[in-house]
Ligand binder design. Structure first.
Ligand SMILES: CC(=O)SCCNC(=O)CCNC(=O)[C@H](O)C(C)(C)COP(=O)(O)OP(=O)(O)OC[C@H]1O[C@@H](n2cnc3c(N)ncnc32)[C@H](O)[C@@H]1OP(=O)(O)O
Length: 173
């Protein structure tokens, strides 16, 4: 990972309107539609960082703090938080807007992980991600812990190797 890119270069926003075919029986946006939009906006952010095709490797806990109503406008914002070797973590935020009522509400947050692929479909290294602002630095700092947790949950890392996690729980060998 010799090349470096500032994380802001990956910033991607997407705006959608909630139509009746996006809703459940309560006239609220179906969670699955939101996840679909999140996957797209986050994949574009990851592609912008990697300058390569990317695939979704995992999705962390998506929060649904408020229902989104039919007719609302949904804006999604995605940015790479940190790059590892061939994978990148992307943070996605969504908020809803009722334009006639001039009401905006933060509704969802999630972390997705993407892997960059070369022309043969094999994982390929991505540039280092460089945070600049305080918020970007905070997301960057937490990314290693979140990576270790998700790799343990995916059965790809043993808790013994999760040094960053052990440090926050003050676990001594
Ligand atoms: C945008 C879209 O919707 S794409 C469609 C949905 N996604 C897909 O179809 C992806 C299907 N999965 C795959 O192709 C493969 O499992 C891959 C490419 C994700 C990983 O392939 P692997 O053979 O396991 O590759 P490998 O072991 O080298 O790991 C590659 C990277 O993936 C990361 N990774 C693999 N699985 C996970 C996971 N569950 N969570 C987080 N990261 C993961 C690894 O940590 C590694 O990251 P690093 O290089 O930064 O350390």
């Amino acid at each position: 990972m010799t090349e470096k890119k500032i994380v802001k270069e990956s910033l991607t926003t997407m705006t959608e309107m909630v139509f009746p075919n996006h809703t459940n029986g309560l006239n609220n946006l179906m969670g699955g539609w939101l996840m679909y939009w999140m996957d797209i906006v986050a994949a574009i952010a990851a592609q912008r960082h990697a300058s390569a095709i990317v695939v979704t490797a995992s999705v962390d806990n998506i929060s649904f703090s408020e229902p989104i109503k039919v007719g609302d406008v949904v804006t999604l914002r995605a940015q790479v938080t940190r790059a590892f070797n061939t994978s990148m973590e992307v943070y996605i935020e969504a908020w809803t807007e009722n334009i006639p009522n001039r009401r905006k509400l933060a509704t969802n947050k999630a972390f997705f992980t993407f892997v960059a692929l070369d022309k043969d479909g094999k994982p390929t290294t991505v540039p280092e991600a460089v945070p600049e602002t305080e918020a970007e630095n905070s997301l960057y700092e937490g990314a290693l812990r979140r990576r270790q947790l998700r790799l343990i949950l995916a059965g790809r890392m043993t808790p013994n190797d999760a040094n960053e996690l052990k440090a926050i729980f003050d676990i001594k060998e």
